[in-house]
Design a protein around this ligand. Structure first.
Ligand code: GLC
Length: 566
């Protein structure tokens, strides 16, 4: 069989972010130093050694800035101060110093689409008259209808319900409406106002000077809205967005006047100029854009370095689909000089150890979560597939994002009772969409008598851990052959040893049949058996495999992956 062509050339001396394995910390659920049930920065600092031993290159922190925590910190009231629940600015200095010593880079989350309604800018806007400079920081508009009693347009909040709320004037009369694409406590900023851009230049410089290595930019596709704020034309009967990936770029820009507008790119370029004042910093966009060529517009040479590859994350678990999305990703990103990113889980979706145990037709939409009354996922199959999918992902060239707890094989806490749920989606849809709390439950570190399994020493936990989390505790996996933790360590070690993050990549049809998928990256064959039959492995040294009990017969079972040095 002729060899298939090389689709990614080796890239010696690639910039760090092109190849980095970046571990996402959701600070309130990682490790709790003061025992109040909410994770904090001293907690993280105390666990940095375990992340170093895992073998990651960088950490991305979900927001730890001052916030009323209405959307778990994605509602910021002061961009330059650490929220007291997470610690102090000095705690961050200590964390940065230690992570630097360990060679781990730090990326922080910046939220430029909206602030908290408690931010001084919004409070000033409420106190100021209509048409004032203070109001112009946000998207205030007159309502429609005889008395302005109707929202200015038909836009819907991503968390459910209308995207507009009406304020009450200081004299008690009904006032203008303000836009909030998320919760009503998260008013959207007005990026047509140059003062807003000035504020963010200053915020970026503030953190860059403190020594952070870069930013993950929240809702990077949404900062600038279409002029005139026309109605959107994309809602289904439940007023939820339909997929727009089949629309042309122009159609999509009109259909969804709040996402992906051409003027967003001017704001990005301005951000990038600030970043480039500093050496070696990186910039990753959360841009929910599809299909890939449209997402690639966010990573053109003077825009972001990276953008999360959500199309990859949501690809069906089967060889043809996976092969296509990987090929397309490498090619489409390369067209603009970027490298691809890969991700399977984050704080907004169902953990992949559970997601991959759900039949495709039952898989909830991203952000919806699994309802306790939904059919139970097959958790054993999910974990087996998750290990395989991750082992396949970590051999790919480009940068990979891991979400805290996936290295333990942690499942989604999908049976969490309603009384614990805190995601605004849950309240805004009256529990119809259960939301994202199930992937945000604190991590089990030590299987012990406390209810929080070593998350802290008090047993307090802002969301309760399911009983099963004890069996996933890190101490039960550390040093234990065949554990998910040891699998991740081994994958990261070999990935580094064979420089696979920037390796020469091609598909290896010569090692494939219809139920397997194989590629070669820098001389390492990575083979995925989707099953149902076992396959006999080709010759070569097995570097790492998800199948712990691989015997001398070298039969790779279904839903298993192996890396072989050819
Ligand atoms: C992003 C974040 C999500 C947050 C939303 C609003 O999608 O990842 O957690 O709720 O933005 O800031």
């Amino acid at each position: 069989m002729p060899k298939s062509e090389i689709i990614a050339a080796a890239r010696p001396n690639a910039e760090w972010w092109r190849t980095a394995v970046i571990y996402q910390i959701y600070p309130r659920s990682f490790a709790d130093g003061n025992g109040d049930g909410i994770g904090d920065l001293p907690g993280v600092t105390s666990k940095l050694d375990s992340l170093a031993s895992l073998g990651i290159d960088a950490i991305w922190f979900s927001p730890f800035f001052k916030s009323p925590q209405k959307d778990a910190g994605y509602d910021i009231s002061d961009y330059k101060t650490i929220d007291p629940i997470f610690g102090t600015n000095e705690d961050l200095e200590a964390l940065l110093a230690k992570s630097k010593a360990l060679g781990i880079r730090i990326i922080v989350d910046i939220v430029p689409n909206h602030t908290s309604d408690q931010h001084a800018w919004f409070q000033a806007a409420l106190a100021a008259p209509e048409g004032s400079a203070a109001r112009d920081y946000y998207m205030f508009r007159e309502g429609k209808g005889t008395n302005g009693e109707l929202p200015p347009n038909n836009w819907q909040s991503i968390f459910g319900g209308p995207a507009w709320s009406r304020i009450t004037n200081p004299d008690g009369s009904a006032g203008q409406w303000y836009l909030h694409m998320f919760d009503s406590s998260q008013p959207d900023l007005n990026w047509d106002n140059p003062k807003v851009a000035d504020e963010f230049d200053d915020i970026l410089r503030f953190w860059l000077e403190k020594g952070v290595d870069g930013f993950r930019v929240d809702v990077a596709h949404g900062m600038v809205k279409r002029a005139g704020l026309p109605d959107a034309t994309i809602y289904d009967e439940n007023l939820r967005e339909r997929s727009i990936s089949n629309l042309t770029l122009e159609e999509a820009e009109t259909a969804v006047p709040y996402w992906g507008q051409p003027a967003v790119h001017d704001a990005i370029r301005r951000f990038r100029k600030v970043l480039d004042e500093f050496d070696d910093r990186a910039f990753c966009a959360e841009a929910s854009m599809s299909p890939l060529p449209r997402l690639a517009m966010w990573v053109r040479p003077d825009e972001y370095h990276q953008a999360f590859n959500f199309d990859y994350m949501t690809t069906a678990y089967e060889p043809a689909a996976l092969k296509k999305i990987i090929t397309d990703s490498i090619i489409e990103y390369a067209k603009v000089g970027a490298s691809s990113t890969w991700v399977m889980s984050n704080h907004d979706g169902i953990r992949h150890a559970t997601r991959l145990g759900i039949a495709p037709e039952n898989t909830p939409r991203p952000g919806d979560g699994i309802h306790p009354s939904d059919p139970a996922p097959d958790e054993a199959l999910g974990l087996r597939r998750a290990r395989a999918a991750t082992a396949f992902m970590l051999g790919l060239p480009g940068s990979s994002y891991l979400y805290q707890g996936e290295e333990l094989g942690l499942p989604e806490a999908w049976q969490l009772e309603g009384k614990y749920r805190q995601d605004p989606t849950y309240a805004r849809t009256n529990g119809k969409r259960i939301g994202r709390d199930g992937c945000r439950v604190p991590l089990p570190w030590v299987a012990d008598a406390t209810a929080s399994n070593g998350f802290n020493t008090t047993g307090e936990s802002w969301l309760p851990q399911p009983a099963a989390y004890r069996t996933f505790a890190r101490n039960l996996q550390d040093g234990v052959a065949g554990s998910t933790l040891e699998l991740y360590k081994r994958l990261l070690k070999e990935r580094k040893a064979f420089v696979m993050g920037s390796g020469e990549f091609r598909w290896a049809e010569e090692f494939q049949d219809k139920n397997t998928l194989a590629y070669i990256n820098n001389g390492v064959l990575v083979l995925f058996n989707f099953g149902p039959e076992s396959v006999i492995l080709p010759a070569g040294e097995v570097l790492v495999t998800t199948q712990h009990d691989l015997t001398a017969e070298r039969e790779l079972e279904h839903d298993q992956v192996v890396w072989i040095k050819l």
